[in-house]
Structures are given as C-alpha cells and as structure tokens.
Design a protein around this ligand. Structure first.
Ligand code: ADP
Length: 627
C-alpha cells in the first residue's frame, strides 16, 4: 500500500459518520455514492464530512464544526417539531399577522395549562352545533407514531396524565374509496440564514386501513394514518378498493389520482408550499446562525373534503425505514437528492489539507484532478488508505424488504421499522434513473436562479432541467421494484469493496477550527461573505426551491430574515391564488373547466413548485392510478 507517494496522489472519499440508530438507508445510499464510513478507531476526530443523527446534537457539536463538515440538524428546531411548541408558535403568528393567514392548523390547546380556554372553546363549539359536541383529538406533546392518541366528543372522555395538546379533529377528511389519508411532505432547510427551503416533489401518501366512520372513534385503524399502527391491522395486506394492499402511495400516484378526478393539484401544492413557508417563518429568526447545517423535516398534511390542506405536525427526523417498495422508491430517491443538496465540493474531500499545511510541508498527497461529476466523488483504487479490514462486506441489508432497521428513540426515526408483508403501491423506475444519471454525470451542473424573467428570458421558456420523476413504467410496479432492489444491492456491494480511509501518517495532528480566521468555509456559498450574492439553485433533483421564491423574498432573507416582508409576499401570492380560483369558478360555471386550470397556472406563473414550473401531470402521466 502506498503511503504518501506523490505519484499516487488521489482524491479522498467523503466520509460520513452515523450516530447509533441512524437509518440504515442513509448508510446504504452514502456507500453507494462512494462515501466511506467514519471509524473512530482509525480516523481523526474531525476527519468526516457529514454527521447524521436522528436525535439532537449537543451545542458543542455546533460550536466545533469544521469547514468541510455538515450536521443533519439545525439547532433549536424543536420550536416546530414538538406539538406544543408548534401550537404555541402558530398561535403567536396568528396574533401578529391575523387569523386568516395562519388558518391552516386546527385550533389547539396545550393541557393542562390551557384547560380553561379549551373548555370555553368546547362550549362555544357545542352551542354553534346546536348542542351537539364537535370532535376533538388528544395527543401527547412529545410522542410520535400515533402513541397515546385518542379522539373524543364528550369532554368527560378527556383524560391525560402527561402534557397533551387537544386539537380540533378534522372530521371531514378527503377519502379515497372510504379510506382516510394524509401526506408526508419532505422539506429540506439547507440554511436558516439566509432562509433557504426546498420541498421534495415526491413524497408519501399514508392511508388508514379501515373505512372511515365517525361512529367508531375508537377504531384507530380508521382514524389514524400512521404506518406504525396500520401495518399491524388485519386489512394491511388486503387489496383494498382503489387503495390496494399496504397503506402507502407515492405522491406521484396521488397526483395522478387528483388529475384523474379533474382536481387542480397545482393549486393544492401551492397551498402546501405556503403552509411550509409560513410554518418555517415562525422559527427562522430564533435559529442561531450556525454554519453547515441542513435539515430534513417531515410535514404531515391532511386534506379535507373541500381540498383545504391542514398542517397536523412537523416531524424532526422523519422515518426513513424501508417497509415497502413505495418507501424504497421515495426514500432512496430522497436521500440521493439530499446528498446533492449538501453541495460538497472537491475541496471538502481534502479536509485534512488544512493541517497538512501546518504539519507536513512536502508534496501534496491529494489529487487536484476532479473525479466523478456533480458531488459523487470516486475513490481511486490506489489510494494511500488501507482497506478497512473490519468492514463486513456481506452485511448488506440495503433495500431488503424484510430487514429490521435499528432506530433510536427520537421522534419518528424509529418508526415503521418492522418487516412489511406486502405493499404493491406504485414504484416507478426512479431508482434506476438515478443510477443512470449520476454515473452518466448528466446532472452535474444546474444554473442559479434569476427571478427577473426579463433579464433572464431563458428560464421562463426552458423545459425542466431534471427528468420528471413520474414514469410510465409504473405499470410494471413489482418487476421494476425488484429489479431496482437487486441493482441497488449490486451497486452497494461494489461500493463496500472500496478502500476505506486510514490516515496513518497524520495520526496525531489536530484539525483546525472553523473559527480560526485563515480557515474560512469557502465551499459554502450561502455562508461565505464573498459569495453573498450567489443564489440558491432552483432545483436539485426532485428538491424544488420554495423559499426564497421571488426577488423580494430573496432580498428579505439575505441576512436576518425580515419575516414581515416574507409574510407579505406569501399573502400576495395567496391573493393571486384566490383570485385565480374565483376566475376558475366563473369559467367552470360557463362550462370550460379545463381552460380554467390553465388560467390558474398562467396566473401564478413561475412560482408554482418553486421558480421552475415542472411539467403538468397530464403531460407525463398516461397510466391509470390502479396500476
Ligand atoms: P404522531 O406524531 O403521533 O404521528 P400526529 O399529529 O401526526 O401524531 O397524528 C397522527 C395521525 O392522527 C395523523 O397522521 C392523522 O391521521 C391523525 N390526526 C392527527 N391530528 C388530526 C386532526 N386534527 N384531525 C384529523 N386527524 C388527525
């Protein structure tokens, strides 16, 4: 094995560090992308690029972060990820900006503190209902996966022994063939300062597995859509009318469904965008400006039978276990795109050159040659690193539907961890598409945004840069998913054989701190003063930039976010949506519904789904939803 021979200079692989209980799929995807796993026995303390935890980081982890490192959480996001904090923050925003803007979350009370207020509201509601009590849902503030939840009508049935929130129960949910559903929307905040938000186009639709009836409030299999509950229900494996077996659809399939029903899904997505933005604005100013953090949130959205989306909660570490082909499709794709969103540059792989400069003045041992494309750095076979003997190459659990994934005790992260019995919801060819694109390097460069379409006319005309995720190969669901699984296994096997990192010659050197002036985090445009004006990419894979969404919000978020301006811009957007809705209703009355969908698109223009408008579902979805 070479050790520092200048003729064998190589690119170093990126290194990830997983905390105990981190989702297995994170490891699998990173290994597949050519990363190596951190081993504290062999590597220097700061010799890693990404540290992934399902639970929170300690404040010293944020303080001591080095230029080439990323953490998968921002500090202090509990302001939206704990049910009581979320209720409190949304109420505060309602007070400042008015109830009509922040009307997307069911009214909630934190008990025991708000008990009197709850009784007053309960009574008012009952009177308004002609004496009949309304429906309420009681949820422990810090539990997840449906644990401890119950629905009640009569206040006498309300009992709790820990802090809870009592929330108005949305009793008229959208049903598909009688089954309740909600949406899991993945949102990545790549920075809070400036606020930069990406929404993932693909996602999950989670179904209850028994038919919805208000006469059986105790039947959680009909009223809760948590997979962790429904996968144990007797109907889980059954082929349920229209829904199929299992309890999940991809978002693409849901959009096909909406489209088949002549429903304006674009309007719905824009409303969900607004919910995400307005929710994040509640905490954005209070998040300390910590560099190099990125966070994936899971927003749970319920749609009622008027197609109004409601925010139920925000998940801190959304479940990433792979229970069924739908999970494989959505979550592996999600992580692939997240890796790209992390925006690692070649120089991040040279993380130790900092102390090389201090310690070893000889020839550089790192290659300046750019390897791979995009962010996927390839490991040179003649690396100076020793193979990691202890890696178990046979221990590849990737994408196995029968794997039991270890999860930790934080929020959602450990949910949905048990083997699935069957789930034949749509699984498109996405995983394959990813493999092809990444190896082929076709996604290597994406332009930055210019919102002013006059200055940048190309952007208003160009087709979407990235292939739309929905594929007509959905028809071959099980075949495709099996193939994707085995291909992934093969590729993951290859990834595992790559040499690992061992920094023997530099074993005792200390890495420089980010706070030492000469080591500025130059690789992160959003953190670097010199690159202050670089705009975030409009889309990265299926992540679509949803904030900032125009010039005004871009300016309002440059340094400390100006929440007032940002909210005003969302308000303007909502006004335009509402007026386009009215316009549509008029046209519908006049008998031209399809024209009205186009008119709403024109009206909202490039703001839909972020600055770049993806193709309409009708352009790319030719199969039926029952595939
Ligand atoms: P958990 O963190 O335990 O999953 P959630 O708030 O997400 O708690 O609620 C679990 C499920 O209960 C949701 O996925 C949804 O199906 C249902 N649910 C929660 N709140 C409401 C509500 N206000 N109205 C209707 N259904 C709700």
């Amino acid at each position: 094995m070479a050790s520092g021979d200048a003729s064998e200079v190589v690119e170093k692989p990126l290194v990830f560090r997983l905390h105990e209980g981190a989702p297995e799929v994170v490891r699998e995807v990173l290994l597949e992308r050519g990363w190596v796993e951190y081993d504290e026995q062999e590597q220097e303390e700061g010799d890693w690029n990404l540290y992934w935890r399902s639970s929170t980081f300690r404040s010293c982890d944020f303080d001591n972060i080095l230029p080439w490192q990323r953490l998968n959480h921002h500090p202090k996001t509990m302001g939206i990820t704990r049910k009581d904090n979320l209720a409190r923050n949304l109420k505060r925003m309602k007070g400042i900006f008015g109830p009509s803007l922040y009307d997307f979350s069911p009214i909630a009370f934190i008990l025991p503190n708000d008990y009197t207020k709850f009784v007053a509201e309960y009574t008012k509601d009952r009177y308004a209902n002609g004496g009949k009590p309304g429906y309420w849902i009681c949820k422990p503030v810090d539990l997840s996966r449906g644990r401890g939840i119950f629905i009640f009508e009569d206040i006498q049935d309300l009992a709790y022994d820990s802090p809870v929130i009592v929330q108005k129960y949305i009793s008229n949910p959208l049903l598909i063939s009688g089954y309740k559903l909600d949406l899991r929307i993945y949102v990545c905040v790549s920075s809070f300062h400036p606020l930069t938000v990406y929404m993932y186009q693909e996602g999950l639709v989670r179904f209850a597995t028994e038919k919805y009836k208000l006469t059986s409030l105790n039947n959680l299999l009909a009223h809760l859509t948590n997979t962790s509950i429904n996968k144990f229900g007797p109907a889980y494996t059954m082929d349920k009318e229209r829904v199929g077996p299992g309890c999940k659809w991809t978002m693409s399939k849901f959009r096909c469904f909406l489209h088949s029903q002549n429903i304006d899904e674009i309007l719905l997505w824009q409303r969900i965008n607004n919910i995400v933005t307005l929710t994040l604005l509640t905490i954005a100013p209070s998040i300390p400006p910590t560099p190099n953090c990125i966070e994936l949130f899971g927003f749970d959205i319920l749609i009622d039978d008027n197609f109004k989306p409601w925010l139920l909660e925000v998940n801190y570490s959304p479940a990433l276990s792979l229970d069924c082909p739908t999970d494989v499709t959505v979550k592996t794709g999600l992580l692939y795109d997240l890796v790209d969103l992390l925006n690692y540059k070649k120089m991040d792989s040279e993380r130790q050159s900092g102390y090389l400069k201090q310690w070893y003045k000889g020839p550089r041992y790192l290659s300046t040659q750019s390897l791979g494309s995009g962010n996927a750095l390839v490991v040179h076979p003649k690396a100076m690193y020793k193979p990691k003997e202890h890696i178990d190459l046979t221990h590849n659990k990737s994408f196995s539907h029968s794997s039991v994934y270890k999860q930790n005790s934080n929020k959602e992260a450990h949910s949905e961890s048990i083997a699935t019995k069957g789930c034949s919801t749509s699984c498109d060819s996405r995983t394959q598409m990813y493999a092809y694109n990444r190896e082929d390097g076709t996604e290597a460069s994406r332009p930055n945004i210019c919102w002013d379409t006059k200055k940048c006319p190309v952007l208003s005309k160009e087709p979407a840069q990235v292939q739309w995720a929905i594929s007509t190969t959905n028809k071959k669901t099980s075949a495709v998913s099996t193939q994707a699984v085995s291909q992934n296994k093969e590729r993951l096997g290859a990834a595992r054989k790559r040499p690992s990192l061992k920094q023997s010659s530099l074993g005792h050197c200390k890495l420089p701190s980010i706070h030492i002036q000469r080591y500025k985090p130059a690789s992160f445009p959003w953190n670097s003063k010199a690159n202050e004006n670089i705009r975030p990419q409009s889309r990265v894979g299926d992540f679509i930039l949803t904030f900032p969404f125009n010039e005004a919000t871009y300016k309002a978020s440059r340094s400390t976010i100006n929440v007032k301006i940002a909210v005003q811009e969302v308000q303007k957007l909502i006004k335009r949506l509402v007026s386009s809705e009215l316009h549509k209703v008029k046209r519908r009355k006049a008998g031209s519904f399809s024209d009205s969908i186009c008119s709403s698109k024109e009206c909202v223009g490039p703001l839909l789904w972020g600055p770049k408008d993806p193709p309409l579902l009708s352009d790319c979805c030719s199969h039926t939803i029952n595939d």
